[in-house]
Design a protein around this ligand. Structure first.
Ligand code: HSE
Length: 428
């Protein structure tokens, strides 16, 4: 192991960067003991020098590219974000200089992780990505090292704190989507572009990374089918409660004999399943391994302090010389697997807004039966002889393509006034 301090150049002093500076300052002694040597900031870069961070005597760069090229450091901590641009440039510069990298940048790792990992391996340095998934939850280390003795068959998680915060707050406080989203942004959970959160992109970035670690496949963002939470209404949340479910945005990756299937979608999660009770900004990941069985990890998935905690863990590993390949195995050992998404099956919740008149249920039942979809429950509340009422159904596990065809038939019925809403029900 090397002696002398681990020299750290940190790019980006926003929410996570500020949290990391504070953590390294507050826990300098503790980290030095765990790392076997001091971990010191030797340069920071941001658009402006902040006055509220303990950065006395630390050289400041207004240009992160210049810092990456010129500063004296052993490891570059990239906390700027974005799949390309400055973040990617400075990481490449650091690797070209033979320096290690620590990053919270899931978008960059999802898009360029394999190429960057190959470059790091060739240079004999490492890329720490603990902060890229699940905020403070040590899920990368768990999959990469803790479960290394298992064949992992599935990884499922709540991976976006913003969406979970929005869905939880809408349910608990009966508030509107837009209002709660604005609050999540104020609290520093949301991405710079909140569409990345609510349309499921951020979850997909994280899932792509977890699937690679779990199945030793190259990161494959393009293979993920993605559905976000924009269309989830307060009414659906209310019905979910009544039916014994919580609506959660899930990232789901499974490996079978036929390949790997990766998906992001909002789902009705039964109250008996651990993920149903993960609320607010908390994230959780459930893994299934052939020897270990099920493991559940839960913790704060976003925010300054939790994410800084993950950055610090990677720095301690680097300082100790604990270096493992970014995705658990060398890049040349990552083996592509076919997508096994065809023939997916699921149970579903369906909400219709229908005119309140005789024969409506018969029409719906006819459409389902024509596609061999088996209904479990149907409920209609209230009476609106001249107006429109919600009708809610659940159906047993069925072929997803058959469900889509049945829904087309239902949408075409004269009594159906609005596009039907369809939400998967998790049956695990
Ligand atoms: N926007 C992300 C989230 C931040 O809400 O989870 C952490 O990656």
């Amino acid at each position: 192991m090397k002696t002398g301090p681990l020299k750290v150049a940190l790019a980006g002093l926003g929410t996570v960067g500020g949290g990391t500076v504070r953590l390294l300052h507050a826990h300098a002694d503790l980290i030095a003991r765990r790392a076997g040597r001091p971990v010191v900031l030797t340069a920071v870069a941001a658009l402006e020098r902040p006055s509220d961070l303990p950065l006395d005597g630390v050289p400041f760069f207004a240009d992160a590219r210049l810092m990456a090229t010129q500063a004296d450091y052993d490891v570059l901590v990239e906390l700027i974000g974005g799949a390309g641009g400055i973040a990617l440039d400075i990481v490449n510069t650091a690797l070209d200089r033979g320096k290690s990298v620590v990053t919270a940048n899931k978008a960059m790792i999802a898009h360029h992780g394999v190429a960057l990992a190959a470059k790091a391996e060739a240079a004999g340095v490492s890329i720490g990505i603990e902060a890229s998934v699940g905020g403070g939850i040590p899920v990368i280390k768990t999959l990469r090292e803790g479960l290394a003795g298992n064949r992992v068959t599935s990884v499922m998680g709540i991976l976006n704190g913003t969406c979970n915060y929005i869905l939880t707050t809408m349910r608990e406080q009966g508030r509107d989507f837009a209002d709660v989203l604005a609050e999540a942004q104020r609290l520093g959970y949301a991405e710079a572009d909140p569409a990345f959160d609510i349309d499921g992109t951020d979850t997909a970035h994280k899932l792509a990374i977890l699937a690679s670690l779990a199945f030793q496949t190259p990161v494959d963002l393009a293979a993920i089918s993605i559905e976000g939470i924009r269309h989830i209404s307060a009414l659906d949340i209310q019905y979910a409660d009544e039916l014994g479910y919580r609506i959660k945005l899930l990232g789901v990756a499974g490996r079978s004999e036929t390949g790997v299937d990766t998906r992001v979608y909002p789902a009705m999660v039964p109250l008996s399943f651990p993920l149903a009770h993960v609320d607010g900004v908390f994230n959780a990941v459930v893994t299934e391994g052939d020897f270990v069985g099920r493991t559940v990890l839960e913790g704060r998935g976003a925010g300054a302090h939790p994410t800084a905690s993950a950055v610090a863990a990677d720095l301690v590993d680097l300082a100790r010389g604990r270096v493992v390949p970014t995705f658990g195995v060398p890049v040349e050992c990552l083996a592509a697997a076919p997508s096994s998404g065809a023939g997916r099956r699921s149970a579903f919740y369906i909400r219709l807004m229908v005119r309140d008149e005789p024969g409506v249920f018969a029409g719906i039942a006819g459409a389902l039966s024509a596609e061999q979809v088996s209904m479990e429950k149907i409920l209609q509340r209230g009476r609106a002889p001249a107006g429109v009422v919600p009708v809610v159904m659940t159906v047993h596990e069925t072929d997803e393509a058959a469900m889509a065809r049945a829904l087309e038939r239902i949408a075409a019925l004269a009594a159906v006034a609005e596009p039907p809403r369809l939400i998967r029900i998790e049956t695990i």
